[in-house]
Design a protein around this ligand. Structure first.
Ligand SMILES: CC(C)(COP(=O)([O-])OP(=O)([O-])OC[C@H]1O[C@@H](n2cnc3c(N)ncnc32)[C@H](O)[C@@H]1OP(=O)([O-])[O-])[C@@H](O)C(=O)NCCC(=O)NCCSC(=O)C[C@@](C)(O)CC(=O)[O-]
Ligand SMILES: NC(=O)C1=CN([C@@H]2O[C@H](COP(=O)(O)OP(=O)(O)OC[C@H]3O[C@@H](n4cnc5c(N)ncnc54)[C@H](OP(=O)(O)O)[C@@H]3O)[C@@H](O)[C@H]2O)C=CC1
Length: 409
């Protein structure tokens, strides 16, 4: 069938948008859907339609009913000096955003920390989780169930090993509420963020459990995981990578690069990020704008954007050390990968390669760890600079100049 005929059928409602994939070659199907939508709505979508994405690479992998692509400006920050266990040296970091002044802000922070010797970073935990929920007639059965799990660990490990070559089961933590039990499975997932990998494995384990013990798995995800939700369980036990970054800023760099004051930055951090957040009632976001930096890196590098919810939770801590400023950022649940998901798309792949982290690391997992360290260091740069900008009372002014196109104010 020709594109015109398919478009005609779409407009008449004789076929649905996704069925076009069964009729036309992948890229022709993308064009047919867009033309049909343009005709149905009486608008034209040339910008959405002009994309370098090859839909045959996307089909059955990244998105359905595709009509083109969204584009977002991408800028760079750096050089940013990182002293991690995996990321060592100066890095340029790609940020995709439409918020004027954000890249400039993080860039000034990067300049300040790099001139101060860089950001030290450590990963304290690296585990992706999935927590199915099981229901029981009575709590009498729950101790027997937990004993069954303990006695069958060899079988569970063998299911893991036959389902994934990169996923490694680290622990199973049970949680009980009434006659319900969650088993929170934690896996190392190499360079993948791991959500598909872990879900596929845990579904197999649940099949085994249901066939061998009188219980019902209500859902493979029982919200104790917790994916795409900000929760205490993620803050306390971690999800993805638990990363801490720190830096010490000399007084003269705070004054000359950030045009700011050590004590003022520290005071704002305590009153804004700690008192303000406590008073506002947030679970775990004792920071100024982790979300800004993480969102921009996630968009640039093909991460799952919805995981920004928990990835951007965390704490900014400052101390006055003599005349200098100590600052650290703690990210309990940073969920990132350098293989899988959207990382293989053309611009996303290039963005990862700017930091030297595209694809599998050697050994597996080292690229994703390096990437997480670079993200944490960038978050620190952004957090430091926003605190300085608030101290300097330059937030509104910067956004008039860089967010509204006014060249001078
Ligand atoms: C905008 C600046 C940095 C100017 O600050 P400045 O000191 O006037 O800039 P400068 O011209 O003196 O340059 C200093 C350095 O800043 C960087 N820089 C400077 N300009 C650029 C640029 N165009 N592009 C890239 N980098 C730039 C660059 O590193 C430069 O060094 P150089 O490279 O020249 O050696 C400053 O005013 C600032 O940081 N303002 C704060 C803006 C900000 O942080 N916005 C973030 C978003 S706020 C938000 O969304 C969250 C919020 C606030 O609601 C959360 C909350 O409630 O807390
Ligand atoms: N299914 C779900 O419930 C959810 C899915 N998602 C989506 O899941 C996707 C991400 O899942 P994810 O599992 O990370 O990715 P993918 O499923 O895209 O790919 C991961 C697979 O890549 C293989 N692999 C190859 N090299 C490596 C390496 N060096 N390190 C680790 N794995 C490697 C592994 O195969 P092998 O296992 O055979 O070793 C692994 O299972 C995203 O698109 C996200 O949006 C998000 C939330 C929930």
């Amino acid at each position: 069938m020709k594109i015109d005929e398919v478009v005609d059928k779409l407009i008449k409602g004789e076929i649905s948008f996704h069925e076009v994939d069964n009729i036309l070659e992948a890229n022709a199907a993308m064009v047919a859907r867009r033309i049909a939508l343009e005709k149905i709505l009486g608008i034209s979508l040339p910008s959405i339609g002009s994309t370098i994405i090859d839909y045959s690479e996307i089909k059955n992998r990244n998105a359905e009913n595709v009509i083109g692509a969204a584009q977002i400006p991408l800028g760079i920050v750096g050089p940013l000096k990182v002293n991690g266990d995996y990321a060592k040296g100066n890095f340029y970091v790609p940020l995709a955003t439409t918020e004027g002044a954000l890249i400039a802000s993080v860039n000034r922070g990067a300049k300040a920390v790099t001139l101060s010797g860089g950001v030290r970073v450590k990963i304290f935990k690296d585990e992706m989780t999935r927590a199915p929920i099981f229901k029981f007639d009575s709590i009498e059965e729950i101790p027997k169930f937990l004993e069954f799990i303990e006695k069958n660990m060899d079988k569970i490990y063998s299911i893991v090993n036959s389902t994934t070559s990169h996923g490694k089961l680290k622990s199973i933590t049970p949680f009980v509420l009434g006659n319900n039990v969650w088993l929170r499975f934690s896996f190392e997932t190499g360079d993948a963020m791991g959500m598909n990998m872990v879900t596929i494995v845990v579904e197999e384990i649940c099949k085994f459990i249901e066939s061998s013990f009188p219980t019902t798995c209500v859902a493979v995800s029982g919200n104790m995981c917790s994916d795409k939700k900000q929760t205490s369980v993620n803050s306390l036990f971690g999800r993805g990578k638990t990363v801490v970054a720190e830096a010490i800023l000399k007084k003269d760099i705070v004054e000359n690069v950030l045009h700011s004051d050590v004590r003022l930055i520290h005071d704002i951090n305590l009153r804004k990020n700690w008192l303000g957040t406590a008073r506002a009632g947030s679970l775990a976001q004792f920071n100024a704008h982790f979300a800004n930096i993480i969102a921009a890196i996630f968009i640039a590098t093909g991460q799952d954007l919805a995981q920004l919810v928990e990835s951007s939770s965390g704490y900014t801590w400052t101390e006055v050390r003599g005349e200098d400023l100590y600052i650290s950022v703690t990210l309990p649940s940073l969920e990132v990968g350098t293989v899988g998901g959207g990382t293989r798309l053309p611009t996303q792949r290039e963005a990862l390669s700017i930091m030297g982290v595209y694809g599998s690391g050697n050994p597996a997992g080292s690229n994703a760890k390096k990437f997480a360290e670079i993200i944490a260091a960038t978050v620190l740069a952004g957090e430091l600079n926003l605190l300085a900008a608030l101290a300097n009372r330059e937030l509104g002014k910067a956004h008039i100049r860089l967010g509204r196109g006014k060249l001078s104010i």
